[in-house]
Design a protein around this ligand. Structure first.
Ligand SMILES: Nc1nc2c(c(=O)[nH]1)N[C@H]1C(S)=C(S)[C@@H](COP(=O)(O)O)O[C@H]1N2
Ligand SMILES: [Mo]
Length: 230
C-alpha cells in the first residue's frame, strides 16, 4: 500500500475509534472524578500532580521479574492480533514508519514512587489500534513482553493519547533495563500496566487478567483512587 493511503487509513480509523470510545473515556477516573486523591498542582490531565500515597523520585528504579531479555532491532517483532479486522506483525522499520508521537508524562509505580515529567517518543497505542482495527465488541488488550510478562488494559484507557509504545526516553534509545527496544507506558494508570520489552498485543472481547492482576493487583490500577490491590 502507498504510504499516503496507509496514513489516510490510519487517520480515518483513529477518528472512528475515538468516537467509539469517547463516552467510555469520559467515565474513566482521570476524566470523571471530581475529587481525585493526591497533592500538588494540577497536572496536564487536571489531576493533582502527585497521586495519593506516592513520593517523588528523581532516580528511575528498575522493576521487573528479573529476566531482562536482549532483543536486537533486526529480531524485534510486534504482533498485533486477536479481535481485530487486520492482524499484523510489524518489523522495526514498519514500526518506525508509523506516525511518531512525542509527549511528556508522569510515571507512577505502585511501590509508591512517582517520576514526573518524563520525555517520551514512540507510537500511540491508538495508532496501532487504528492500523489493525479492533472488532466492534473488542473491550481490552492483553500485552505480552519478551520475558513472558502479561498485563491487561481496557480499551478506554489504552486508547488515550498519552499511551505510547515508547522507543526513546529523554532523547536517547530506551535502555534495556527499562524495557528497550520498546515498552508501553500508561501515564494515567500505575506503571505495571506498561509492558517492558513488548512483543505482542492481543485484542480481546472480554477481560483477562495479566501476571500481577492474577496475583492480587488491581484490575483497573487508578493512581488517584489509591487503587493498588484487588
Ligand atoms: N515485560 C515486563 N514489563 C513490566 C514488568 C515486568 O516484569 N516485565 N514490570 C512492571 C512493573 S511492576 C513496573 S513498576 C514497571 C517498571 O518499569 P521500570 O523498570 O522501567 O521502572 O514495568 C512494568 N512492566
Ligand atoms: Mo511495579
Amino acid at each position: 500500500m502507498e504510504a499516503a493511503d496507509k496514513l489516510k487509513r490510519i487517520v480515518e480509523a483513529r477518528m472512528k475509534l475515538k468516537s467509539r470510545f469517547e463516552e467510555k473515556m469520559r467515565l474513566t477516573p482521570s476524566v470523571a472524578d471530581n475529587r481525585p486523591q493526591g497533592s500538588g498542582k494540577l497536572n496536564r490531565h487536571g489531576m493533582p500532580e502527585l497521586p495519593v500515597g506516592q513520593t517523588i523520585t528523581h532516580k528511575w528504579p528498575v522493576l521487573d521479574l528479573g529476566i531482562e531479555p536482549e532483543i536486537s532491532l533486526t529480531a524485534w517483532r510486534l504482533i498485533l492480533d486477536g479481535a481485530v479486522e487486520h492482524p499484523t506483525t510489524l518489523t522495526w522499520d514498519d514500526f518506525l514508519a508509523l506516525p511518531q508521537t512525542e509527549d511528556i508524562s508522569d510515571f507512577h509505580c505502585v511501590t509508591s514512587w512517582s517520576k514526573l515529567g518524563m520525555h517520551w517518543k514512540g507510537v500511540r497505542l491508538l495508532d496501532l489500534a487504528a492500523l489493525v482495527q479492533p472488532v466492534e465488541n473488542a473491550t481490552h488488550i492483553l500485552c505480552y513482553g519478551y520475558d513472558d510478562y502479561t498485563t491487561n488494559v481496557s480499551l478506554e484507557e489504552a486508547l488515550k493519547p498519552d499511551v505510547l509504545l515508547a522507543h526513546t526516553v529523554e532523547n536517547a534509545p530506551l535502555p534495556r533495563e527499562h524495557g528497550g527496544p520498546v515498552r508501553m507506558i500508561t501515564p494515567e494508570l500505575y506503571a505495571w500496566k506498561g509492558t517492558k520489552w513488548i512483543h505482542r498485543i492481543e485484542f480481546l472481547t472480554a477481560n483477562t487478567l495479566g501476571f500481577w492482576e492474577e496475583r492480587g493487583y488491581s484490575n483497573t490500577a487508578y493512581p488517584w483512587r489509591n487503587d493498588r490491590y484487588s
